[in-house]
Write a protein that binds this ligand. Structure first.
Ligand SMILES: O=C(O)CCC(=O)C(=O)O
Ligand SMILES: [Fe+2]
Length: 342
């Protein structure tokens, strides 16, 4: 019954968190280890386009080194596109269960997948999240698989994914430039784009469970849209800190593939999601990575005698194999790609 998702469970009335979702004591989101809200470094996309570019690139480098995350403002994706994406996603999760169930699949490679928890095939303890995962790139291959209800979903996802894709390419160019890696559009053109729409229902005992367990993203880069309900927490200086939502901005974070590409200069930082008893929360993560079988390799110009190569080549298919074969937690996939001299 837990396989049907948290929304389904809550719709049937719930005053306590079932055992299936109760984390062992040390894994719970204790308020003691949470160091309050932080303002992530803010990067002004508009400034990146003009004479201030060198200064903005320095701020990007600092943000990527210190946090692995930043807030992107003035990013040129209109409020209307963002508003529609949030609205249509919310309406998807409000559809009757039978309608959502049509997209349920335990196949990690399915182009459209409605599911629950983190990896419901393997998780011992479930997390307090339902999701809709949509493959987006190349769009002509995938759009016909996207849910046909709500009626305006395909159009909203089409516009939103095209615009986030363009923004991703511009940000990749800038982030690589901040590392001194120039003229490398071949790395990020084409590639894979997955839209992960996350729904975290309000939870009667939020201190016992998590919306998502600690993990790093496998992507090169993730562009995250969150609504106004706080929940995202990142590891910073050994503590969990909550990221304050900024309206109409994107939270941009470095993924495992970028950590490898940068030979460890920029780290893919572990994050998790806390839930709350007051409000449900929606987020849309646009995960951008290389094509499924395309290897990511540390950039040659970031390797020399004093900076030896730190990672072996890997690809997205390896990651999917990894998460289907083990109880995937934290950064263990990336750890498994490290060359053992470090
Ligand atoms: O909901 C969030 O704020 C984060 C989602 C996330 O980390 C993910 O989808 O990988
Ligand atoms: Fe994530």
């Amino acid at each position: 019954m837990y396989q049907k998702g948290v929304k389904h469970l809550c719709d049937n009335g719930l005053t306590q968190v079932p055992n299936k979702y109760i984390l062992p004591e040390p894994d719970r989101p204790h308020s003691l280890v949470v160091d309050g809200c932080i303002d992530l470094p803010v990067i002004d996309f508009a400034q990146l386009q003009g004479a201030n570019r060198p200064r903005v690139l320095e701020s990007i480098a600092r943000a990527c080194q210190e946090f692995g995350f930043f807030q992107l403002i003035n990013h040129s994706i209109g409020d209307e596109t963002i508003g529609k994406m949030i609205d249509v996603s919310t309406r998807f999760f409000e559809l009757p269960f039978e309608e959502r169930q049509r997209y349920m699949s335990s196949d990690l490679h399915a182009p459209v997948r409605y599911g629950t928890s983190f990896n419901q095939n393997n998780d011992q303890v479930f997390c307090w999240r339902d999701f809709l995962k949509l493959s987006c790139q190349p769009m002509q291959d995938f759009a016909s698989f996207w849910p046909s209800s709500p009626l305006d979903l395909r159009e909203a996802v089409g516009v939103y994914s095209t615009k986030t894709r363009q923004l991703y390419e511009t940000m990749m160019e800038a982030i690589l430039e901040s590392l001194g890696v120039m003229n490398n559009s071949a790395i990020y053109e084409g590639g894979n784009q997955l839209m992960m729409v996350n729904w975290y229902p309000a939870c009667p005992q939020p201190q016992l469970t998590l919306g998502l367990p600690p993990h790093s993203d496998y992507s090169l880069l993730t562009l995250l849209l969150q609504d106004q309900v706080a929940g995202l927490q990142i590891q910073h200086n050994g503590k969990w800190v909550t990221v304050k939502p900024v309206p109409n901005s994107f939270v941009v974070n470095i993924g495992d593939q970028f950590e490898i590409l940068s030979n460890g200069r920029y780290k893919s930082v572990v994050h998790r999601v806390a839930v709350n008893s007051e409000r449900s929360r929606l987020s849309v993560a646009s995960l951008h990575s290389l094509d499924i079988n395309q290897n990511v390799t540390p950039s040659a110009i970031l390797i020399d005698d004093s900076n030896p190569r730190l990672y072996r080549d890997t690809n997205f298919a390896d990651f999917l194999d990894y998460i289907s074969s083990s109880d995937f937690k934290c950064k263990r996939f990336l750890e498994s790609r490290k060359l053992h001299s470090i």
